[in-house]
Design a protein around this ligand. Structure first.
Ligand code: GLU
Length: 421
């Protein structure tokens, strides 16, 4: 399997299925259980007609896949990207099921997506697309059914529009239908940075586990969006030297470490890391192959694959993105002794604080930022310990241990409920 751009449209789902098959084997489950967990419980594809600002109408394709709800309502982000496919959404929904189970938040997994490039649209067009998509999927969502959140290409504004559209249809305000909303509108303090905080909790634990002192260790971060940006900031605050970061337009590097605060300012002013005066240009995917202690892929799926995994020099990889490492790359990295903290553990901070947001919204009682952060830290640290101990016990990589723990929880819930009819 090669880079995401060369890969067939089904490759991400193949990766997710391969990880499930491996977990089924570790757990010794039969074919019936495997079949139950391999297919989504429910999925919908909708047309999303958009009246553009110039008066013309364009029609986009949207999906919502609910992979599982054995442990509670489905939960997962909504992605706006020209690369969205149904198979990608299926894979991402399955990963959400495992992520929620692993962190023991009482949800199943879901994901949504619209095949649209948000960079090509005005805010007014994005609002209309969001409202129409929400209206199309509204029979499926709700605080007790399926709770969307931001993902690539969507943000707190998108969640506010979704919540408003759903609420107008219901005839009353339903704050718990989405998470990742603006703080003034039922959002939680700490949600915007939660995924990155979780990534850094796991990164510090993983480095320490490998005998690398975080202070002074070196790092590279791929992606400078909702996850990579704050991950780079918190890593620098923890004393690491962030040698390189990239975004969809290019990469910058400094052998002595980037000034992340100055870089954030540059990105706010220009929209990209490109052109940052405090670093040198880094070509292509060279960032992934830098000689660093820690690599944080925080962009898209499939970036570490059979074609480049052998050239990775990082000692620890912490997956800020969903599905950045293919199963072939996992095997190569394992043989090379690279520690990979898997997505369903490493980037779970986002959905953990989404859960806190939903709890707060349902109770109409708001927590302080300190309370959110303390509870997040406890959950991330516990999950890390649990997965690490399980991996040692079984003698398997962290991903196999994490997936097996999660699949076991979901399977157990399914068995306890029984099959209807
Ligand atoms: N999109 C995020 C993820 O992949 C967050 C999902 C959520 O908060 O529901 O984990």
């Amino acid at each position: 399997m090669t880079a995401l751009v060369d890969a067939p449209a089904t490759s991400v789902l193949d990766d997710a299925q391969a990880q499930l098959s491996a977990a089924i084997e570790v757990l010794g489950y039969d074919q019936s259980m495997h079949r139950m967990l391999a297919v989504p419980r429910r999925e919908v594809t909708v047309s999303v007609p958009l009246r553009k600002d110039d008066g013309s109408v364009e029609v986009y394709v949207g999906h919502r896949v609910q992979h599982n709800f054995s442990r509670g309502p489905a939960k997962g982000g909504l992605r706006y990207s020209p690369d969205v496919t149904l198979d990608e959404v299926r894979a991402l929904a399955m990963w959400m099921t495992w992520k929620c189970a692993l962190l023991d938040v009482p949800y199943g997994g879901a994901k949504g997506g619209i095949r649209i490039d948000p960079r090509e649209h005005s805010a007014a067009e994005l609002e209309r697309v969001t409202r129409r998509y929400t209206s199309e999927i509204s029979p499926l969502i709700g605080p007790e059914r399926d709770i969307p959140a931001p993902d690539i290409g969507t943000d707190e504004r998108t969640m506010a529009w979704m919540m408003d559209t759903y609420s107008v249809q219901q005839g009353h305000t339903v704050l718990g239908v989405t998470t990742g909303k603006p703080v003034g509108l039922g959002g939680s303090l700490g949600r915007a940075t939660a995924t990155s905080r979780g990534v850094v909790h796991v990164a510090l634990a993983a480095l320490t586990d490998r005998g690398i002192a975080p202070a002074g260790a070196t790092a590279a971060v791929q992606g400078f969006g909702k996850v990579g940006r704050y991950a780079a900031r918190f890593l620098a605050e923890a004393g690491l030297r962030v040698l390189a970061v990239s975004d969809q337009y290019g990469a910058v590097a400094s052998p002595t470490g980037l000034d992340v605060v100055a870089l954030e300012k540059h990105v706010d002013e220009t929209g990209s890391v490109v052109g940052f005066a405090g670093g040198d240009v880094l070509p292509g995917d060279a960032l992934l192959e830098l000689d660093v202690d820690l690599l944080v892929p925080a962009a898209v799926e499939g970036v570490l694959h059979a074609g480049n995994a052998a050239r990775v020099k990082a000692k620890v990889i912490v997956e800020g993105a969903n599905g950045p490492t293919t199963p072939e790359a996992d095997e190569i990295l394992r043989s090379a002794g690279v520690l990979v903290a898997p997505d369903i553990l490493a980037n779970a901070g986002g959905v953990v604080v989404s859960y806190f947001e939903w709890v707060q919204a349902n109770q109409a009682f708001w927590w302080s930022a300190d309370e959110v952060e303390a509870r997040l830290a406890t959950r991330m640290d516990q999950a890390w310990q649990h997965v690490n101990a399980h991996a040692r016990r079984l003698g398997v990589p962290l991903r196999s241990a994490a997936t097996a723990l999660a699949v076991e929880r979901v399977a157990q819930a399914h068995q306890q409920r029984g099959l209807y009819p």
